[in-house]
Ligand binder design. Sequence first.
Ligand code: PLP
Length: 472
Amino acid sequence: MLWFAVDRSAAVPLTAQVYGQMRSRILRQELAEGERLPSSRELATRIGVSRNVVLEAYERLAAEGFVEGRPQSGTYVAPGSSFERHKETERKNAFSAVAGTGSGVEDAAIDFRAAHPAADYFPRTVWGRLAKEVCLDAPERVFGYTRAEGVPELRSVLARYLLQARGVRCHPDQIVITSGATQALHLITELLSGQTSGCVAVEDPVTDEMRAIFTYAGSTVLPVPVDDKGMIPEELPANEKPDFIFVIPSHQFPLGGTMPIQRRIQLLEYARLRDCYIVEDDYDSEFTYEGTAVHSMQGLEPERVVYVGTFSKILSPALRIGYAVLPERLIPEYRRLKWFADRHTSALEQLILARFMEEGYFERHIRRMKKIYRQRREALVRSLRQELPQAKILGQSAGMHLVVELPDTRFTRELLEGIRAEGVQVYAVEHYALRPGRHERQIVMGYGGLTAELIREGVVRLRRAISRHHNP
Ligand SMILES: Cc1ncc(COP(=O)(O)O)c(C=O)c1O
């Protein structure tokens, strides 16, 4: 009978302990290929943890290919998972455990950084297999310089996906694969800035990274206030003609609003009147937990909107793969800029990603991650309701972050330092604001990269720091 002890006093979270124990047993063939695992409820009772802990561990084992679920039957050890070749990996993991590099609750700061995906769920096994296949099968030309816009295999499958999932209307030739959304936005700014006024109309608040891209290119940033429905079109500069308007209509960062169709139309009308472009950043729209995701603005007017996306949130920022979908007029010059910037994004990585999408792993991965992020979001909301019942939670139920507003608390530098001293990192919305003084009671809390246990512990620490601040 499968049994092992968990150590509640250890720094390693329970989910990681259960996952680690099962993984080692599979690798050591103590759990044989094809063997049925106990149900999550059964194992949870046996080892004395909550069912969610076992469910999360099983999810992770499934994501890495160690186990597989069979409908109406249960979870089984997957074929090929207990092979000797895993020994090396196991040794390395043992080393990192000894070296204390695990994500212990006690010794590491709990970082609620936004837009950080769950690195522990990267589909390593499948990606590794596809990488090997691409390396062995790809024609020799792939190992030389390839085209600036990216490999056709990826652009074709991406165009199909974007139409079906986001209502983006484009031909594969309108897509340029870039080194993340960061490069896509940098090249757009280079291309469009200075065409007329040298100004960019930007949501306020906005990520500091995006703001830096615009100012670094020499553009003047014109702040446009945001409410719970995204950018407010009435606040767009009346007497300026911006080079472009930067918006995140599906899930504004950081406030989390989704822009309704009326505002989208107003924005397009404004852009048409001034003959300027809209740059739509759609960086985390795959993860919508209530209702269905709103379609892109690009689909409304493809010749007016540059659509920017990334694989950093769905898969990993380490891939450095993003893309721009361009109006036809901009294609030749944009390709030229990409060529001068870095010739092209790694063709091998692009081909692996294309296979990952073509063979159905991408959609499966999105479904799996959506479930995980929804659970993490629920854990955060639950903990906030329990520890800080006065907290107001802002933004759509989507993405990997939410905004917390505390009516009686200003997140001053002193308080933020107190929170850090408790071993928690949260992010003041004020930090992202172009015009200061409007968001002092709000913080951004990202949950994508944190387990439910770390989230709970982090909120307890946050509450401790806040009450100490109020009652020193
Ligand atoms: C608003 C926004 N867009 C896009 C990105 C993605 O950047 P990249 O694709 O370069 O990793 C980020 C990164 O955090 C972001 O915050």
